[in-house]
Design a protein around this ligand. Structure first.
Ligand code: PHB
Length: 392
């Protein structure tokens, strides 16, 4: 087989890039290890920056997002048994975020690829990347019990943290930066009315909690748990009880509970690898960086990589200009590190760290009090939460 761009990974990043390129006449093949049902069964993020939404529209995939997604102009931070609102619209100078689940958005992207006869190969095994520093790279893999080879101009590694793409780069070329947090998030999805029309991030002495939603009939809640906990340790009832204890009374009394339709624990990690490119291979999204979910920056960080890659590839094919590809890593990383900082900061002010001294604890409380006493501090939070500009 032959194509211009071979994209490893059929998650939102890979699909979005493939779709955007197709609309400009650039052909790609997407290789995905799992089935489509499996990819769509993963419950992931739900908060989109406007930059991401714009890309979805440019990819001709924004219709349902604009109809069913909810525009959120603020969220709450609960602390000391009270609720303070962050007015994103006011403090960001008129911006907002869109609440629309990653599952739905991925479904929209698959449908668009189907409509345009895009090649997305599922259940692909034994993916190996070859000749990354040569003129003609290629990918071999097993598909439908057959060994196939895909010759291409460039390879995009959008295959997540555990994917083969990053591992195909010689270790001595890469520098890794990592922070692992001593807790995880236990999350549940339940077909109940969300307790609040806007998200509530709660800092509580028993640990962090988050009230989020996918729609007005589908709620998503999280609580911070020790890494030693497993899902089996938490009945639905135990989850609801613990969540209520971590919310201000005025919120807890309104919480509608029900049986969970999904329950899982995600560890929290900050991770960046540099550089994000090697020869003809370009990494995007979780393949190159991970954030803790507190700032809702995971999917949005992947989207900015796709934006830079898309424009770099357009410049290559349409204008014979390789500067975008040459500078991709530096440009993507400049924004990635800002999202890393913000996610680390949100995580550090809202969670209970077992190793914290009483001094650290007090500073955490003061940080939140300062935030709500200063329009400048709120401005900084808001501009990061709605998403920093992509630039150039
Ligand atoms: C979610 O709805 O899953 C969600 C929302 C906001 C976050 C993290 C997760 O910061």
């Amino acid at each position: 087989m032959k194509t211009q761009i071979c994209i490893i990974g059929g998650g939102p990043s890979g699909l979005m890039l493939s779709q955007l390129l197709h609309l400009k006449g650039i052909e790609s093949i997407v290789l995905e290890r799992c089935s489509r049902e499996y990819v769509l069964g993963r419950i992931r993020a739900g908060v989109l920056e406007q930059g991401f939404a714009k890309l979805m529209r440019e990819a001709q995939c924004g219709e349902r997002m604009d109809q069913e997604g909810e525009i959120h102009e603020g969220f709450y931070i609960a602390h000391d048994n009270k609720l303070d609102r962050v007015d994103l619209f006011k403090h960001s100078g008129g911006s907002s975020v869109i609440v629309y689940g990653q599952t739905e958005l991925t479904r929209d992207l698959y449908e668009a690829r189907d409509r345009m006869n895009g090649e997305v190969l599922h259940n692909v095994d034994d993916v190996v990347l070859h000749d990354l520093t040569r003129e003609a790279p290629y990918v071999t893999c097993k598909y439908n019990d057959e060994n196939i080879q895909i010759d291409c101009d460039y390879i995009i590694g959008a295959d997540g943290f555990h994917g083969v793409s990053r591992k195909s780069i010689p270790a001595d070329v890469l520098r890794e930066y990592e922070r692992v947090y001593p807790f995880g998030w236990l999350g549940i999805l339940s077909e109940t009315k969300p307790v609040s029309p806007e998200l509530i991030y709660s800092s509580h002495e028993r640990g962090f909690a988050l009230c989020s939603l996918r729609s007005q009939v589908l709620s998503r809640y999280y609580i911070q748990v020790p890494l030693s906990d497993s899902v089996d340790d938490w009945s639905d009832e135990a989850f609801w009880n613990e969540l209520k204890r971590r919310l201000p009374v005025e919120v807890a009394v309104k919480l509608e509970t029900g049986s969970s339709i999904e329950k899982s624990i995600a560890p929290l990690r900050s991770y960046v690898v540099e550089p994000m490119s090697y020869g003809k291979l370009f990494l995007a999204g979780d393949a190159a960086h991970i954030v803790p979910p507190t700032g809702a920056k995971g999917l949005n960080s992947a989207a900015s990589d796709i934006y830079y890659l898309y424009h770099a590839l357009l410049d290559h094919y349409q204008n014979d200009d390789d500067s975008g590809l040459d500078n991709y890593s530096a440009k993507a990383l400049a924004r990635i590190w800002k999202a890393q900082r913000f996610s680390w900061w949100m995580t550090s002010i809202l969670h209970r760290f077992p190793e914290n001294s009483s001094y650290d604890q007090k500073l955490q409380q003061i940080e939140i009090e300062y935030l709500f006493s200063s329009d400048k501090a709120l401005g900084s939070l808001a501009e990061n939460y709605v998403g920093l500009p992509y630039g150039g």
